[in-house]
Design a protein around this ligand. Structure first.
Ligand SMILES: Nc1nc2c(c(CN[C@H]3C=C[C@H](O)[C@@H]3O)cn2[C@@H]2O[C@H](COP(=O)(O)O)[C@@H](O)[C@H]2O)c(=O)[nH]1
Length: 306
């Protein structure tokens, strides 16, 4: 994902509100280098897995909806992953392409057994329809065909997804530059890799090309670790739970500097440990630390991308 790496590095060099503290990176890496914390994919036991193509359909639907849980304080990612899993166990045709195109907001809520409207529910439904429509039009209705056409390349998979599904085109214009973040497209490749343990549908020759997935949890973890530093205005806005507009300089910097910082951590860690460390592995570790910390204050942006 050269465009994600390069454009994030550009933001980090030109940033006004977020800075990366290289001594913070060194401290974290120094502590970790003896034993890099390995977090098992699905350590929570909440995802659907049957070792076959239906798992890909599930993961693609999951990542189409994998964004913005925080407006409902009781809702989180686990509810989505587990809710979709239970829905599929109840009815294994629930994510057929024709069905995806027909869900209404109330039906999606019912599927997830969520008692009230979901955050950005209309957008969620629209994105489900888009996934169903384009899977049917170009991939005979199957996410497995999409994945199989990528010849074990995660880079090709992300490119194909963003070409076919506008809802996955997670990018921004920052100080006149186009910045690519591609969180949900990249996390889909990583989810396949994790679920299938790098084999079969999860085998990618270039998994090292994927960056971390710029969400709202990992930046907050890096700030706590002293890797990211915020301007006082930004720190106060996050502390006060004020909304940060999508596409603002602050928002793009939070996400892009997180990607760049994790790349720097990976480089240093690989050098010091003598082992090739993947951004995907670092991401899952940082994310799992964040979601287990209930007091974590994260930035709040209404976005369909993360
Ligand atoms: N960077 C990064 N962000 C991730 C994930 C995941 C889940 N990955 C699964 C894959 C294997 C594991 O076993 C995980 O279950 C979700 N998110 C993001 O977090 C936020 C949700 O927060 P909260 O509202 O507290 O649930 C939201 O932006 C969501 O999009 C990840 O791995 N990395």
């Amino acid at each position: 994902m050269e465009e994600v790496r390069e454009s994030s590095a550009w933001v980090a060099r030109n940033s006004s509100h977020v800075t990366i503290d290289s001594s913070g990176i060194e401290k974290v890496v120094e502590k970790m280098k003896e034993s890099i914390p390995k977090v098992e994919w699905d350590y929570e036991g909440i995802h659907y897995f049957d070792n076959g193509p239906l798992t890909l359909q599930y993961l693609f639907v999951l990542d189409a909806l994998n964004f913005c849980f925080w407006p409902d304080k009781d809702l989180n990612y686990d509810h989505l992953a587990k809710g979709l899993k239970d829905a599929l166990l109840d009815d294994n045709s629930a994510f057929d392409a024709d069905r995806l195109q027909k869900y209404t907001g109330p039906q999606l809520r019912e599927l997830l057994k969520w008692p009230r409207p979901l955050p950005l529910e209309e957008e969620r439904v629209r994105l489900l329809h888009e996934v169903g429509f384009e899977l049917e039009r170009s991939f005979a209705g199957k996410a497995s065909n999409l994945v199989e056409s990528c010849g074990k390349s995660a880079v090709k998979l992300v490119a194909l997804i963003t070409r076919h599904f506008p809802g996955f085109r997670d990018h921004s214009v920052y100080k006149g530059h186009q910045v690519f973040l591609y969180k949900r497209a990249q996390i889909f490749a990583a989810d396949l890799w994790g679920a299938f343990k790098g084999q079969g549908y999860g085998e990618f020759n270039d998994i090292g090309s994927i960056t971390m997935f710029a969400d709202y949890i990992v930046p907050a973890v890096l700030q706590q670790l002293g890797v990211l530093k915020y301007s006082s205005t930004l720190a106060n806005a996050i502390q006060a739970s004020s909304e940060i507009g999508a596409g603002t300089e602050e928002e793009v910097e939070l996400r892009a500097c997180t990607i760049y910082a994790v790349e720097k951590m990976r480089e240093l860690l690989s050098k010091k440990s003598g082992k090739q460390v993947l951004s995907v592995e670092l991401d899952l570790w940082l994310w799992s630390v964040g979601v287990q910390c209930p007091s974590l204050q994260h930035h709040r942006t209404l976005s369909i991308y993360y």
